[in-house]
Design a protein around this ligand. Structure first.
Ligand SMILES: Nc1ncnc2c1ncn2[C@@H]1O[C@H](COP(=O)(O)OP(=O)(O)OP(=O)(O)O)[C@@H](O)[C@H]1O
Length: 261
């Protein structure tokens, strides 16, 4: 059974169809990329999977359970975590506090224990701190635990956001443009990093990305969206050789990259 099954999902906003009849089955451990021009519906797909939006039509199942339209916190508790296109760190809190907060949200305090700061609370606090430190070590941020998150170089902030998502102990990790704003060296390092956490945490990963070298370099399967519809789905090689993709998307990206350089 696939870990995630998206069947005929459509999302409409008034007269606009952001996602149209989307079908996607994801097997456990897969690394899937979603690409497409701006406004193609990529982030809407993530918002549907994480419960921010309710599908207008269709079903989304996680480990066989229908999660379409379920509250986001319930979906994250079930095991789907995400990062955002625009970083959502607490910039004035330390790196450690940022991960601890994610962990605390996940663990869920017993209010009375928290107010009276009893043994149970202290034990929970200790565990949360240890988990956060372990995660920060894995993502290579141990030496920055006391730095303010907002002061970290951009690439490290992205890693911190991933560490926060990992604190939710997910089985599926959704990464929304993890390489945004990174230079080619940082992107390359990020690719290795994503491969490492996938292995270390037994993750299934879906990522949205505009950096083609990242998508083509690490994804086993790629879904190309345009105007909310799947144009092609296939291996990186199939995607790169697809005439529809070249005309509607890859050509545009090459042009964008040249403009940015
Ligand atoms: N809450 C919303 N209300 C109305 N329209 C929306 C909403 N969210 C998304 N849309 C529209 O749905 C379409 C798909 O948007 P979406 O953000 O999913 O695209 P995207 O592929 O992620 O784009 P980008 O690469 O620019 O992030 C766009 O036309 C967008 O304006």
């Amino acid at each position: 059974m696939p870990i995630l099954e998206i069947n005929n999902v459509t999302k409409e906003f008034g007269g606009l169809t952001a996602v149209s009849n989307l079908n996607l089955n994801v097997s456990e451990g897969e690394l899937i990329g979603i690409i497409g021009p701006n406004g193609a519906g990529k982030s809407t797909v993530f918002n549907l999977i994480t419960g921010i939006y309710k599908p207008t039509k269709g079903t989304i199942k996680f480990k066989g359970q229908d999660i379409g339209g379920m509250e986001p916190f319930k979906i994250s508790k079930l095991g789907i975590a995400r990062t955002f296109q625009n970083l959502r760190l607490f910039k004035n809190l330390s790196v450690l506090q940022n991960v601890k907060i994610a962990n605390q949200t996940f663990a869920g305090y017993d209010i009375l224990s928290a107010i009276f700061r009893n043994q149970k609370y202290k034990a929970q606090e200790k565990e949360i701190k240890e988990n956060a430190l372990k995660l920060l070590e894995i993502v290579g941020l141990s030496e920055f635990i006391n730095e303010k998150a907002g002061k970290l170089p951009y690439g490290f902030q992205r890693k911190l956001e991933i560490a926060r998502a990992l604190a939710m102990k997910p089985s599926i990790l959704l990464l929304d443009e993890p390489a945004a704003g990174m230079n080619p060296d940082e992107s390359l390092e990020l690719m290795e990093f994503i491969g490492k956490i996938r292995k270390d945490f037994d993750l299934t990963i879906i990522l949205i990305e505009h950096h083609m070298e990242v998508v083509m370099g690490i994804c086993e399967r790629i879904l190309v969206l345009n105007f909310g519809k799947t144009i092609v789905e296939g291996t990186p090689e199939e995607i790169q050789n697809s005439p529809e993709v070249i005309s509607s998307y890859l050509g545009e990206v090459v042009q964008d990259d040249t403009e940015n350089n």
